[in-house]
Design a protein around this ligand. Structure first.
Ligand code: AKG
Ligand code: FE2
Length: 234
């Protein structure tokens, strides 16, 4: 990618809180990684979170952190020069990888309710989601990701029904190989999953000086949730 192209993408990201780039990763790499994720989870993984969280957040997704288990299959993504350049332009120098998280949703599960990945009170402290999709998300598969554009700057998530439709929400159906950059303070959710499973992968990054536990507390419309202690807080 040209410098100018990268600058335009970064500008668009900062204007809207997200950026979608189709066909960013090759079908071959995506098919391979899709299989890696399926091999890890099988079709019926156990929940990781407590019942109160699952019920209140309507979040039925199971995470896996491949690098923490010595699996290095996702290096090809994290070391992609275009992804590195784009991340540098968006976050500035001194940014860091936070972690790589593959997410699996069983058939017929709820997806995820509206949330911000971290508390929005300090606008300088956020995570960058670098999401990519290893299979097509379609009307049939469900599991669309919905984003509220321009909510990434000083916009605490409003309270209300966890999965209500909001004005201006944008429904995305990423294809195999699509990269979605999404500011962690931008409001987002995932629609229910249809008759097949759903996979997405998020290689999270943070600007220089961001605490590494930045995503420990996520903000929902009806609560905050602390992942490390599995606690619902208010
Ligand atoms: O799986 C997705 O499309 C989005 C998941 C999500 O909310 C996140 O990774 O922060
Ligand atoms: Fe999220």
């Amino acid at each position: 990618m040209h410098k100018l192209e990268i600058e335009n993408y970064a500008r668009s990201f900062w204007e809207n809180g997200y950026l979608v780039l189709e066909n960013f990763f090759s079908p071959r790499l995506m098919e391979y990684l899709n299989q890696v994720v399926i091999n890890h989870f099988g079709m019926n993984p156990d929940w990781e979170h407590n019942d109160e969280f699952i019920n209140k957040s309507k979040t039925e997704v199971v995470p896996w952190f491949p690098f923490r288990e010595g699996n290095r299959d996702f290096v090809a993504v994290e070391e992609d020069q275009r992804l590195l350049d784009l991340t540098e332009e968006v976050l500035g120098s001194g940014w860091q990888n936070l972690y790589c998280m593959a997410m699996f949703s069983k058939a017929g599960t709820k997806g995820q309710a509206w949330h911000q990945d971290s508390p929005p009170e300090d606008g300088r402290k956020f995570n960058l989601n670098r999401l990519f999709y290893t299979h097509d998300i379609t009307e049939e598969t469900g599991g669309e990701i919905i984003i509220a554009p321009k909510t990434h700057i000083e916009q605490p998530l409003t309270s209300g029904a966890p999965d209500e439709d909001l004005e201006n929400q944008l429904v995305l159906r990423p294809k195999k190989g699509t990269l979605v950059l999404l500011h962690g303070h931008a409001w987002h959710r995932v629609l229910p999953v249809g008759e097949k499973f759903r996979v997405s992968v998020n290689s999270r990054a943070i600007p220089k000086g961001t605490p590494e536990d930045i995503t420990d507390i996520a903000v929902y419309r009806n609560m905050r949730y602390k992942f490390s202690t599995r606690e619902v807080i208010n």
